[in-house]
Design a protein around this ligand. Structure first.
Ligand SMILES: [Zn+2]
Length: 350
């Protein structure tokens, strides 16, 4: 009954109409959707479309499951993730066995996690989700609309992790972190990274080199990228970068910029040479941010597609944004709150 009332509200019924009763009005809206659902279920029985508007809200009570971290020693680490996490959890007087029995497979804003998260993070996200949803008039409340307004563009979030990726001592290993819109919000590292076959350029330096080129072309002075800036600063840096990339597709605008620029370096270039220069810059950035196959997305959206409302809401709810701290634009974790702070303090001392 309650589920039906909720569904009715999601479909835009007024509170008066969302009475949990399957009347003719509800049925007329539900019938075509039921047909569609049956079809989807028969072709892919286990896959619920992530962006379905019905996939609302995290449950009020979570069902816990077991999670395990790797017993292998990762490259660059001195002990296995298994031993490391157990050591840290004992350090804060918690029981590692109980810790890893208290993971949950859940959603956030109707989007699934690809791996479970620790229950404390799930509870915190539940509060944040409720606040995001409650900013809506109950009549118009619908998880799709909320998600769209917040700018969530992904099919899944990254949650718990059994092995470290970039950071050896990652909060993901404890189930205390999540990555949002992974493709649109890369990690911007402040050093070059030597891989087996190539060297990944320093991300921060690359962005700043490109900004310098863009600023000379347009005759403006954009703030330079560095860690610990505000969301607004990153947003304006990102806007300057994407403006530079997008002008490749607008001959008239680019020609006008070349005609009016004060930079002798740009003035000497014709349209084709100028375009080649911007393309090369885009390619370098794609190499630095590991987005070679996503250069179109990088050109259009740059390194940040999270909305200010979303980031502010996450931070107000007790999460630390890696974008402001250390260039991990997609990353949020519990290092400033509750048990997450305890774990993070233990990691810092280790
Ligand atoms: Zn992360």
């Amino acid at each position: 009954m309650q589920a039906l009332a909720l569904w009715q509200q999601q479909q835009g019924f007024s509170v008066k109409d969302a009475d949990g009763i399957l009347g003719p009005h509800t049925w007329s809206k539900m019938k075509p959707l039921l047909g569609k659902t049956t079809q989807q279920q028969s072709s892919t029985p286990s896959s619920v479309p992530m962006h379905a508007c019905g996939a609302i809200a995290m449950p009020s009570i979570f069902t816990t499951i077991q999670f395990s971290v790797s017993k292998e020693i990762a490259k660059g680490a001195s002990e296995s993730s298994y031993n490391f996490t157990r050591r840290m959890i004992r350090e804060i007087d918690e029981n590692p066995d109980i810790w890893y029995q208290n993971f949950v497979k859940t959603t956030f804003l109707g989007v699934s996690f690809n791996d479970p998260i620790y229950i404390e993070l799930a509870n915190l996200l539940k509060n944040i989700e409720t606040k995001f949803i409650n900013t809506y008039d109950p009549v118009k409340r619908n998880i799709c609309t909320v998600r769209q307004r917040l700018g969530i563009t992904t099919d899944s979030f990254s949650g718990g992790r059994s092995e470290p990726t970039a950071a050896i001592k990652s909060m993901h290993l404890f189930g205390l972190a999540l990555d949002v819109n992974m493709m649109g919000n890369p990690f911007i590292q402040n050093k070059a990274i030597r891989h087996e076959k190539y060297t990944q350029p320093n991300g921060v330096d690359t962005i700043n080199d490109l900004l310098a080129n863009a600023d000379r072309l347009f005759g403006v002075a954009t703030i330079r990228f560095q860690y610990h800036l505000s969301y607004d600063s990153y947003f304006s840096i990102n806007s300057a970068l994407t403006r530079y990339f997008k002008i490749m597709n607008d001959d008239a605008m680019l020609q006008q910029a070349l005609n009016t620029t004060a930079s002798s370096e740009w003035k000497s270039r014709n349209l084709a040479v100028a375009k080649a220069k911007i393309q090369k810059d885009l390619d370098t950035l794609a190499t630095a941010l590991v987005r070679w196959t996503k250069r179109d997305q990088l050109r259009n959206n740059g390194f940040l597609n999270l909305s200010k409302e979303f980031v502010d809401g996450m931070v107000a709810g007790g999460l630390d944004w890696g974008g402001a701290g250390y260039g991990d634009m997609m990353h949020f974790d519990m290092r400033i709150t509750g048990v997450g702070k305890k774990i993070h303090d233990a990691i810092s001392k280790s």
